[in-house]
Design a protein around this ligand. Structure first.
Ligand SMILES: [Fe+2]
Ligand SMILES: [Fe+2]
Length: 238
């Protein structure tokens, strides 16, 4: 992903063009609406960046709600408990790059579990929007900060290119669900494939890449600080 692509991906604190209305109210409803709104923004960016996005992308898609238009039912954003052990560590061990990335993996895994358990359409919409947001930001910080540092340091030159190719597939899968109504067997199939693909990718990072990075001379705290700062820029202001 190029820097110009990155700039388009999500609304950022650094982007003065973002409507202040989108960050107006700190209520749960406003937060949920913002996830959906950022989802719509990312969807457009990803679709623009990914050639050959899903056929009939407008079929079954839902219009992004305006900030004043809450989702049909409030959906609480994930709590630290919902983020699991790794998520809970986020606040205390946040400076280590690997801890941050592992916490992201754990959070997305938990969000997929919640999605699979719920039958509520509003909850599904909110979860799909958040899963897509978390995956997009995570992939972006890996590609901008983590992967280049890993590639420059490790002797293994195949790991990062392979992971980058997998990210491209992930983005294509995300574009097939983000902003679409979470109904029907094809949507369910797309979410299932996305979940399985994320599991596969995470397993490779955690079992192959991270151990090599840990035993390298990389300054994980410095990388972690840069990753956190970039994640903050890429996350809609609450
Ligand atoms: Fe990755
Ligand atoms: Fe990752």
């Amino acid at each position: 992903m190029t820097k110009s692509d990155s700039a388009k991906v999500v609304k950022t604190k650094a982007n003065p063009k973002v409507s202040p209305k989108a960050v107006a109210k700190p209520s749960v409803l406003a937060k949920a609406a913002k996830w959906a709104a950022s989802s719509a923004t990312m969807s457009g960016a990803i679709k623009g960046a990914s050639k050959g996005a899903s056929n009939g992308a407008n079929n079954g898609s839902i219009p992004p709600p305006t900030p004043q238009e809450p989702l049909p039912s409030p959906y609480p954003l994930p709590t630290p408990q919902m983020q699991g052990k790794e998520g809970a560590k986020k606040t205390t061990k946040s400076q280590n790059a690997i801890a941050i990335l592992r916490a992201d993996h754990a959070l997305v895994s938990e969000l997929f579990s919640e999605y699979q358990k719920t039958r509520s359409l509003p909850k599904k919409r909110a979860l799909v929007a958040q899963i897509c947001h978390e995956l997009t930001v995570h992939a972006q910080v890996e590609e901008e900060i983590f992967y280049p540092a890993v590639k420059a340091t490790l002797k293994d030159k195949a790991l990062v290119p392979e992971a980058t190719v997998e990210h491209a597939t992930l983005k294509e899968l995300i574009s097939q669900v983000e902003g679409h109504e979470p109904e029907g067997e094809m949507f369910a199939a797309r979410m299932m494939v996305l979940c399985e693909y994320v599991k596969h990718h995470v397993k490779e990072e955690q079992n192959e890449m991270f151990p090599k990075v840990k035993s390298s001379k990389l300054d994980l705290k410095d990388l972690g600080s840069r990753i956190l700062a970039r994640k903050q820029e890429l996350t809609p202001v609450h």
